[in-house]
Design a protein around this ligand. Sequence first.
Ligand code: ADP
Ligand code: ASP
Ligand code: MG
Length: 401
Amino acid sequence: MLVVQKYGGTSVGSLERIENVAKRVAKARDEGKDLVIVVSAMSGETNKLIEYAHHFSKTPSKREMDMLLSSGERVTAALLAIALNEMGYKTIALTGRQAGIKTDNAHTYARIESINTQRLRNEINDGNIVIVAGFQGINNDGEVTTLGRGGSDLSAVALAGALNADACEIYSDVDGIYTTDPRIEPKAKKLDFISYDEMLELSSLGAKVLQNRSVELAKKMGVKIIAKSSFSDGDGTVIADKGENMEEVLVSGVALDKNQARVSLRDVKDRPGIAAEIFNKLADENINIDMIIQNASENGTTNLGFTVPQSELERAKKVMDSFKEEFGSSDYDENVAKVSIVGVGMKSHSGVAAKAFEALAKNNINIEMISTSEIKVSMIIDEKFGELAVRVLHEAFGLGE
Ligand code: ADP
Ligand code: ASP
Ligand code: MG
């Protein structure tokens, strides 16, 4: 039986915790499992490295950021291997490159293109526990790349898929997926099961318990994920295809994303092609746009608003500067948050959005932007009301225990 286990930043956040992980890995090994272990950097490490870079530059080169950030995962992979070796277990630590992970060229947000599993299989056949530094790969030019924040989840899922593993277990500091972040709403309820589609929406909308790309890939490759805690034992939450007879819950979860910034352009010259030009330029810069609003035009001008991840606001401002002639004034707001409700049952029920708006209104929370899809409703609000909005919506849809 081949199992891929991934341990996140908190689980390897100190030497004692690495020791704890080593013991868990050893136990699985004693049960006779072949193991590929993916590790994150120690918690806070990646952020610290980003801060170091920002000491020198607001817009550091993405190639050098990958050189920098990939180091954190190497540290934990090597330390875990050293700990396991000392305990008498044959173990080897590998970088993403050594593990055969090939990506595209999008530095700091690379996509995995393929995995050459030869080395991994050789090491497993030699009786090694294989530890892989998560969050990284190598592109066609031999450059180190990283897979976006939270990307060790993606490494784990991709490896589980490529190796056709029997299980992909993702360990963090929570014992599964909850109806909302239990740190925000202590009444949140643990789910035994959640479908790929709902999990994908939740994680795309800010529930950082699993990286959204990892869920997307898991769905594509049919990798069943089990989310568990590295601090306790329990069955965790299974993330997989929805079974035939599963009941379609109306709303299964609430997510909060505080990493949002709003860009507003006023008096934009309303001519055909202007939106295409602006958004093409943003896309060329790999800036992710989320919500977009454009007002009906008046006297040949219109107002255009959209949201970007906070980390991309500086670059978005630069792009807007290159369009200065096209609009009257611009305004940027980092203090916004996106709160979302997700549920497959929305497909067949009306009134869900109205109920969400009403719940926020009752608490005097103003909604600045709205976007909906078949299975979600997202609202941009003032960041300071983010947690309150989560609790209000959680209550309104009866998600608590
Ligand atoms: P790791 O560092 O192991 O990758 P993360 O910090 O990325 O772990 O993810 C775990 C955290 O995700 C939890 O501590 C919890 O606060 C948060 N979280 C957000 N939304 C949810 C949710 N719906 N269910 C469970 N945890 C959630
Ligand atoms: N260390 C990286 C991050 O903090 C990747 C990960 O933890 O999954 O984003
Ligand atoms: Mg994570």
